[in-house]
Design a protein around this ligand. Structure first.
Ligand code: GMT
Length: 375
């Protein structure tokens, strides 16, 4: 099939999922066209099955806000006509489902019917989409999608609770490609980060408020008072500066490393002993799954869909949002004892493997088929 994928091209989970899905579909023989404002960060190789079409939004001084949705829907119309695209998959309702629907309607004027799949990722529903300013448009564009999928049961429930949805929502979980992890890194450079005695704790995110970055630092503070440890903070975002100040205030500067955004997270996770994800809200927690496939147990909150990934007492532990004492105590339960750590590491990878793309890709192909046949 010739499929256009619309996503945010950034380090955020929705962009990562959309990109990895596109690459996997191309490997299965589909022709994939990414349509977005920048080449997705995880997209390294373009070839005759993977194309990238940049949406340009010219700056015009009259506009207080430049009309990205308009440019995106026009680009979609052109791309569909030029390449004979048969199906549109938009990731993130805002504004992609809305722009996709406009493209659909414009194409219908020319007798072209383009089925549209919308995948909900979380923030488009739980944080931004439910705001009264956006709600009518988000409800409309979800209801006008030919197929709607959500990345967890928890997100499906939230969507049905928050919006007046007339559509079925199919849960298709996020995934990893276990083949990528089947050969062990031989260059896992742990010694660059910590001594043999130290445990390495990692957090990866876009440092937004929802990630509760100060909780991570306080949890780590409690851990390092009991055992030798280092904290590696990967990513960029609005909460980073405050986090650096907090680290300094708590006298932890020699134990906490801020690495910024990275395309090498597997290499960082490769030498990590524990992953922290105490988020306020998380539809799925792709970062936790990526940690688990790298044999890293997870200490997390029980927000949203995290419990569908991190299994309490098996791959790590879950606590109520903000319960940093319990999170630190559970982290120490895992980290203090080599045998316990090994047990959690083995469980983490075992559970992560159930999210292998080989199990998930057919689910997407089935919904594509369904939408295509119904056109
Ligand atoms: O929260 C993020 O890190 C980014 C955000 C996004 O919009 O890309 O992630 C959302 O989608 C991911 C992929 O489906 C999920 O794994 C994240 O849990 C979800 N974030 C939230 O729900 C806050």
């Amino acid at each position: 099939m010739k499929i256009a994928i619309v996503c945010y091209p950034t380090f955020g989970g929705s962009g990562v999922v959309a990109t990895e899905l596109g690459i996997a579909l191309a490997n299965r023989g589909h022709e994939i066209h990414f349509v977005t404002y920048k080449q997705p960060v995880r997209l390294e190789l373009l070839n005759n099955r993977i194309h990238f079409h940049e949406v340009h939004v010219p700056e015009y001084a009259l506009f207080h806000y430049q009309p990205y949705e308009l440019a995106l829907s026009s680009k979609l119309v052109d791309t569909v006509k030029l390449y004979g695209i048969e199906l549109l998959h938009v990731h993130y309702a805002i504004p992609h489902a809305y722009a996709g629907y406009m493209a659909k309607k414009m194409l219908e004027e020319d007798g072209i019917y383009l089925p549209m799949i919308t995948t909900l990722h979380g923030t488009d529903i739980t944080l931004v989409g439910k705001h009264p300013f956006y709600k009518p448009a988000v409800t409309f564009s979800i209801n006008k999608s030919d197929v709607v999928t959500s990345v967890s049961s928890s997100l499906k429930k939230n969507t049905l609770d928050l919006f007046d949805i007339k559509q079925d929502i199919e849960v298709i979980p996020n995934f990893i490609d276990k083949r990528k992890y089947s050969t062990k890194f031989t260059d896992c450079q742990r010694s660059l980060m910590a001594t043999d005695e130290e445990r390495i704790i990692t957090h990866i995110s876009n440092f937004r408020k929802v990630k509760r970055i100060p909780d991570i630092i306080h949890i780590f503070d409690k851990i390092q008072k009991e055992i030798p440890a280092k904290l590696i903070m990967v990513g960029e975002g609005p909460e980073k500066e405050g986090a650096e100040l907090l680290v300094e205030k708590l006298g932890l500067s020699d134990r906490v490393v801020f690495l910024g955004n990275s395309n090498q997270i597997d290499k960082i996770l490769c030498f990590s002993d524990l992953f922290l994800l105490p988020s306020e809200s998380e539809s799925f927690g792709l970062a936790a799954l990526e940690a688990m496939i790298n044999k890293v147990p997870v200490i997390s909150s029980n927000a949203g869909g995290i419990a569908e990934v991190n299994q309490h007492g098996v791959t790590g532990f879950l606590s109520d949002i903000g319960n940093i004492d319990e999170m630190a105590a559970n982290a120490l339960r895992i980290l203090r004892d080599d045998n316990e750590l090994e047990k959690f590491k083995a469980n983490a990878v075992k559970v992560a493997e159930t999210f292998d793309i080989a199990n998930v890709l057919p689910l997407y192909e089935a919904v594509y088929e369904k939408a295509y046949k119904a056109r």
